[in-house]
Ligand binder design. Structure first.
Ligand code: BES
Ligand code: ZN
Length: 634
């Protein structure tokens, strides 16, 4: 794989600071710290592109959506900046069929080569250009097996009448549907013309239509520069409803009113985030609720969060996921991890901000429960990783060279990252920490940032001015969870634990004296996690009779329940669990269940039986993971 590097213009970045109106608001400014001569050399092990020599600053897509053939076909026009006057421009691609490449307004084809194919990273597409070339147009078609795209049949949608298509870009999948320089080191603006079959609507991570067009022609504009992993498209039988002044929701018509009910507080969340970290820079904040195969809970595509329908619980209890994706509008989308080794800068900051938004909108008692749930996951995963072959994956700063960036998607980046910031917050006090974070976003907006750049910024602008001693290096370059980590506690969870301890000594669920409506989803999740080791199948049945966990409809509760049930051999869940696994494609739910099943022979047999049915419904992100767990051969 090719490596590359380039110098980020630190002097240009910090030149802005002196005239920034924000400086006076913050106790930690002014900032004049990073020296040009110490500017870091930035490298991305997961891209072939030569962005240090020549980079694409705008791309225009012209694509037709062909559901029959499962391809997007048309062209991408790259408007380029040739910094070093080079005669070759390298793009990332993965399996697209290239028909022809032209320069500027010429119609004659230029020469290009396609390098060796790597399963994960695809190939280098090297195009012969001239030093004065301004535009490179690539005529191409995506592969029907593109790892970004999921083509759904009408049967796989809520309405059952129309096909559906959506993309997933992060981390290295955009190159499987757009030949581009697919690295978070550089940002790009984009525009698009998308042609869909009649009766469908197309939406993108861009300014969007709110109604179907008559002829299936849609135009898009994304004027803010973004990294390519945030380019996204969805096409289906979509309808739109307004939530607030700047907020709204897209989904299939049969889902629309449920989504509107669930998302009543979204505008309040935007306001809460702005109060903390400054103006929302992306215009509108809309959400698209996708079919259940979507492999993630949410994806922070700018202007339009992509979300799983498993958060539509009917009681608004899973909306912290929206707070999370919204938080990425600052951490990730505005200030972006320079490489996937710095992924915690995206996710750790985002989990921290998510929790601050939740505290502001719903109160501390509730945000404490949310963090406790996550902390339990961190403790377990930390132990697992330390016991495995890559204990260094418990560092915040990763080294994913030669590995799938997806492997960095653990609670380390998310929760250890957030707790690092929470521990810093406790050391400095919110009066200093909040303006510090706000200035971090202001000063690095629309820029890539490395872990090292953040550490330097932290030292100069929070720790040194306030004489705070902090074990930053241990947090970032050390294994596990440092001793000084803030305590994560929840009084409400303590009460739940007391009830759970009674499970082995009561003879009926009613004796526990808890009504279904007494507790939040998070309290029920905690209750299930706290079921004592000694509780046997009879106790499981007792609880199921009383609380109906197996078929309660709340995906978070059901998946926790199925996991404990597999461990205890409570097989009355087998049918509802199969239904769940066949419909839902969210990897976070699938992975632990298949892993638990795979531990025994009979479980493995059941897993394989279910997977045979379920696999056609999953996105490649999920089949990639589950194929490995079950040693599945297509
Ligand atoms: N950006 C991530 C999803 C992602 C990460 C996709 C890495 C591909 C590679 C998104 O913001 C996310 O973290 N989603 C979580 C939500 C949760 C933490 C609230 C998810 O999908 O579970
Ligand atoms: Zn995230």
């Amino acid at each position: 794989m090719n490596k590359f590097s380039f110098f980020i213009s630190i002097s240009g970045l910090f030149g802005l600071v002196s005239c920034s109106g924000n400086a006076s608001e913050s106790a930690v400014l002014p900032i004049d710290t990073v020296q040009t001569d110490s500017a870091p050399v930035l490298e991305d092990d997961h891209s072939y592109s030569n962005v240090h020599d020549v980079y694409s600053k705008h791309l225009h897509l012209d694509l037709a959506v062909d559901f029959e053939r499962k391809v997007l076909s048309g062209s991408v026009v790259h408007t380029i900046e040739n910094v070093n006057g080079v005669t070759e421009m390298v793009f990332d691609m993965n399996d697209e069929a290239i028909q022809k490449i032209t320069l500027d307004d010429d119609t004659a084809a230029t020469a290009y080569t396609i390098g060796e194919d790597d399963e994960l990273l695809g190939s280098a597409l090297t195009v012969q250009i001239k030093p004065e070339t301004k535009k490179v147009t690539i005529y191409y078609e995506s592969d029907p097996g593109s790892n970004s795209l999921q083509w759904l049949t009408p049967q796989q949608t809520a309405g059952k009448k129309h096909p559906y298509l959506y993309t997933q870009g992060q981390a290295v999948l955009t190159r499987t549907w757009i030949p581009c320089q697919d690295t978070p080191l550089k940002r790009i603006t984009y525009s698009a013309h998308i042609k869909t079959p009649a009766n469908l609507m197309a939406v993108m991570s861009a300014d969007n239509p709110t109604e179907k067009s008559k002829d299936g022609n849609y135009s898009f504009d994304m004027p803010q520069p973004i990294p390519t992993y945030l380019i996204a498209l969805a096409v289906g039988d979509l309808s739109f409803a307004t939530l607030g002044e700047r907020t709204g929701v897209y989904t299939e018509p049969v889902m629309l009113s449920k989504c509107v009910y669930e998302f009543v507080d979204v505008e309040k969340m935007v306001i809460a985030a702005e109060e903390l970290y400054g103006e929302y820079k992306w215009g509108r904040y809309d959400i698209i609720v996708l079919p259940p195969s979507f492999p993630f809970g949410g994806m922070e595509n700018p202007k339009l969060t992509f979300a799983t329908p498993t958060i539509i619980s009917g009681d608004r209890s899973l909306v912290s996921l929206i707070a999370h994706e919204l938080a990425h509008s600052w951490s990730g989308n505005l200030v972006t991890n320079a490489t996937w080794d710095d992924f915690w800068l995206n996710e750790g900051f985002t989990v921290y901000i998510e929790n601050r938004i939740m505290e502001k909108v719903y109160g501390k008692e509730y945000s404490d429960m949310l963090l406790s749930i996550e902390y339990q996951e961190l403790e377990n995963e930390n132990e697992d990783i330390l016991a495995g072959s890559h204990p260094e994956d418990t560092h915040l700063k990763l080294n994913l060279d030669g590995r799938d960036p997806d492997e960095g998607m653990t609670s380390i980046a998310y929760v250890k990252g957030a707790l690092f910031l929470k521990t810093l917050e406790a050391a400095a006090g919110r009066d200093k920490f909040d303006p510090f974070l706000k200035s971090y976003f202001d000063l690095h907006e629309f820029q890539p940032v490395t872990t090292e750049m953040f550490v330097e910024f932290l030292n100069k602008n929070l720790l040194e001015p306030n004489n705070i001693e902090f074990n930053t290096d241990e947090w970032i370059y050390g294994e596990g969870i440092p001793e000084n980590c803030v305590a994560v506690e929840s009084d409400r969870f303590d009460k739940v634990s007391e009830k759970a301890a009674l499970i082995t000594s009561v003879n009926s669920g009613a004796e526990l004296n808890v009504k279904k409506t007494d507790w939040s989803t998070q309290e029920w999740m905690h209750f299930i996690r706290q079921i004592p080791a000694e509780a046997d199948v009879t106790k499981m049945e007792m609880l199921d009779n009383e609380f109906n966990f197996s078929t309660c409809g709340n995906a978070e509760i059901m998946s926790e329940w199925y996991l404990v049930s597999i461990q205890k051999g409570y097989d009355k869940i087998n049918k509802p669990m199969e239904d769940f696994l066949v419909t839902v494609g969210r990897r976070k739910f699938l992975q632990p269940l298949y892993e638990e099943l795979a531990k025994t022979e009979s479980g493995m047999a059941l897993a394989k039986k279910i997977y045979t049915k379920a696999r056609p419904n999953y996105h490649s992100v999920s089949t990639g993971t589950i194929d490995e767990i079950l040693s599945w051969e297509e």
